[in-house]
Design a protein around this ligand. Structure first.
Ligand SMILES: Nc1ncnc2c1ncn2[C@@H]1O[C@H](COP(=O)(O)OP(=O)(O)OP(=O)(O)O)[C@@H](O)[C@H]1O
Length: 280
């Protein structure tokens, strides 16, 4: 079966006093190929734990995680699972180890024992996708934060993953770097069909997702399109909806009949145009 399924997954850790901490509680979740999912929740709600369970970096205490039919608890399948589910973390500096960008990107495919020509083809292709072909002989450490994160994404893409899991990839970037990464993710999802699972504290990052999962104290409390999650869960979870959603909420309160599903500037523009046309 294609997709990722979390079946009744609980994850416990032991703290320094040996007491149990339950980071995820009996979570059931099904991720379909090609989805763009945003994951949000307060600090400590279990987001990173969930991300790490998806490619076997963590194993469930109880329950099962199944990736395209493979169980992350089976040691023999873990290499293939990690190839299919790539991870990008918050701080690219912790992920980049090679002195030159193209070597960094080639590192994963080399470990798959692919022929030299195939490795070169993949490196060329993914550097082009992230717009770093011209800097391929540069050291990753010469790059800006946004460029480094793009190298980390290129290295993940070179493994040809079906799923890309990103744990707060934009939190260390300025506005331009952040927007660049978000645009790439949308392109990857749309054009290449790669499933994106994006964790962020910033609701602006998640506005473009098709599905939003909200975690609270280790449980999924909302699994809905972002517009619905923003309108429904704002008070319960201290969510600060994107500015465009807040503007739409304010205008609706003032009596303007805008669409309920607005989360992006483009949707706002379309909704206002429709409204103006209907009143002229
Ligand atoms: N290795 C660990 N050992 C012990 N406890 C842990 C470990 N990793 C996470 N925890 C605990 O599990 C709970 C969930 O942590 P997790 O990092 O998954 O949450 P999060 O939502 O990603 O938080 P943040 O937004 O701060 O990154 C927290 O109470 C955390 O302290």
């Amino acid at each position: 079966m294609q997709g990722i399924q979390l079946q009744n997954v609980t994850k416990e850790y032991a703290n320094s006093q040996g007491q149990k901490i339950c980071a995820l509680k009996a979570v059931n979740l099904s991720i379909k190929p090609g989805e763009f999912i945003g994951i949000a929740g307060k600090n400590g709600s279990g987001k990173t734990t969930l991300a790490r369970l998806l490619n076997g970096l963590h194993l469930p205490s109880t329950g099962r995680v199944i990736v395209n039919g493979m169980d992350t608890g089976r040691r023999r399948q873990i290499k293939e699972i990690r190839r299919q589910v790539a991870m990008v973390f918050q701080n690219p500096d912790n992920q980049l180890v090679s002195p030159v960008i193209e070597e960094e990107v080639a590192f994963g495919p080399e470990n798959l024992d692919l022929p030299e020509e195939e490795i070169e083809r993949r490196v060329d292709q993914v550097l082009q996708i992230v717009g770093l072909s011209e800097l391929r002989h540069t050291s990753p450490h010469m790059l800006s934060g946004g460029q480094k994160q793009r190298v980390a994404i290129a290295a993940a893409l070179a493994m040809r993953p079906a799923y890309l899991v990103l744990d707060e990839p934009t939190s260390m970037l300025d506005q331009t770097g952040r927007q660049g990464i978000l645009d790439y993710l949308r392109e990857l999802n749309k054009r290449q069909g790669i499933t994106i699972i994006l964790i962020s504290h910033n609701m602006e990052d998640l506005a473009g997702a098709a599905r939003m999962i909200l975690l609270q104290e280790g449980s999924i409390v909302c699994d809905a399109p972002p517009w619905e999650a923003f309108n429904r869960e704002e008070k319960n979870l201290d969510l600060k909806p994107p500015n465009i959603v807040r503007l739409a909420q304010m205008l609706r309160k003032s009596g303007y009949l805008l669409d309920e599903q607005i989360t992006t500037l483009e949707q706002m523009e379309n909704s206002i145009c429709r409204l103006l046309k209907s009143t002229t």
